[in-house]
Design a protein around this ligand. Structure first.
Ligand SMILES: [Cu+2]
Length: 155
C-alpha cells in the first residue's frame, strides 16, 4: 500500500514542472486584422482584430504602433449619458480560452493623425505589443468605408 502512495506522489511531482513550462510566449494569435477605408481627408482611423490566447496564462495588449498614423492608442467605447464615446484604455486583457474581439462600437486600435489615406483593398503594418508575448506585426486589410466585419461590408 505505501508503494502505491509513493508512486502517486511521484507522478504529481513530475506533472508540476511540465505544467509550469506550458506558459509559452507563442500562445497569442492575431486573427483577421482589418480597418475601414478613410473617407476623404479624415484625420483618424481605427483597426479591428481578434486576439486568441492559446497559452495557459493571461496576457494583455499594452500598446500598438503603425507607420500610417502619428499616434496609435488602444480605445474602447462607453455609453455616457446616452451618447457613445471613445475612451483610451491602458491595456486590453487577453485571457486564455475566450478570444478578445476588437470591433466597431467596441474595443479598437485608434489610428490618430493618419499620414496617408487608408484605401480599400490595400493593407498596412500594425505592431502590437503584448505584456507577455512581446511584439506581433500584422498586416491590416483595408475594407470599404462602411464595413462592419473583416469579411465584407454591410449595407
Ligand atoms: Cu477611438
Amino acid at each position: 500500500m505505501p508503494i502505491i502512495t509513493r508512486r502517486a506522489l511521484a507522478l504529481t511531482l513530475l506533472a508540476a514542472p511540465a505544467a509550469a513550462q506550458h506558459t509559452p510566449a507563442g500562445g497569442i494569435q492575431v486573427q483577421q486584422p482589418w480597418a475601414r477605408a478613410s473617407a476623404g481627408s479624415a484625420a483618424n482611423g481605427a483597426a479591428y482584430l481578434t486576439i486568441a490566447n492559446h497559452g495557459t496564462s493571461a496576457d494583455r495588449l499594452v500598446s500598438a504602433a503603425s507607420p500610417v498614423a502619428r499616434t496609435v492608442e488602444l480605445h474602447t467605447h462607453l455609453m455616457d449619458n446616452g451618447v457613445m464615446r471613445m475612451r483610451q484604455v491602458q491595456a486590453i486583457e487577453v485571457d486564455p480560452g475566450t478570444p478578445t474581439v476588437l470591433q466597431p462600437s467596441g474595443l479598437h486600435v485608434m489610428l490618430i493623425g493618419l499620414v496617408q489615406p487608408l484605401k480599400e483593398g490595400e493593407s498596412f503594418p500594425l505592431t502590437l505589443r503584448f505584456a507577455q508575448a512581446g511584439e506581433r506585426i500584422v498586416q491590416v486589410r483595408v475594407m470599404g468605408p462602411g464595413a462592419m466585419a473583416p469579411g465584407g461590408g454591410m449595407h
